[in-house]
Design a binder for this molecule. Sequence first.
Ligand code: 6GU
Length: 240
Amino acid sequence: MRVDVVTIFPEFFQVLDVSLLGKARQAELVETHVHQLRDWAAFKADGTPDAHRTVDDAPFGGGAGMVMKPDVWGKALDEVLQPGGVLVIPSPAGVPFTQALAADLSTEPQLVFACGRYEGIDARVAEHYASVGYRVLEVSLGDYVLNGGEVAAFAMIEAVTRLIPGFMGNAESIVEESHSDGLLEYPSYTRPASWRGHDVPPVLLSGHHGKVAQWRREQQLARTRERRPDLLAADEQDTP
Ligand code: 6GU
């Protein structure tokens, strides 16, 4: 997989080298390319030089904040998007980013993250690339507001690239983790068996694999019902 990021803060993505993603890159399962959006803002739409390399402008219709200019994004994405590439636009107004979407994106040949700041990117950018045949997704991490798409893109890149087949050493640790089966993960313990007066649940020391598996399933259900009742099917919710 090839991952491209277009941003006015490319330095932010230097961390990509040292995160989990470093392993996938070493195994040559993913290549990352980070681009400075302002490199496509050296000239204004009329062809005259723009010493300020302006990427934003006031919103039509009025209101607070600035909107990122479609002409600058168009020049950038025309160069960066490859045939078959997917355009991902992090936005608090997007569809929810889920484990299922991460798994879906992990099989795409190219992901291009268009990181907007301010009040977002002119809406015609998403419209245009969808109209010429690209898969375009506006995606949100959750119901809270970040200053820009960079932190969200970073989280999505990590969630997607760790699912690329061959990335993780232990395939089971992906199968068992939270959300892959729609439930939260069970609690985990290691030595010592007693710590500051808190004991590891005795069933985990019993050596009885069947009882351990049953206990873990019960813990998953109890945790999910307590913390994330929205993840349970309607007929499982609010059961005493
Ligand atoms: Cl994807 N972007 C921004 N700016 N804020 C967010 C978000 C994305 N997801 C949650 N909050």
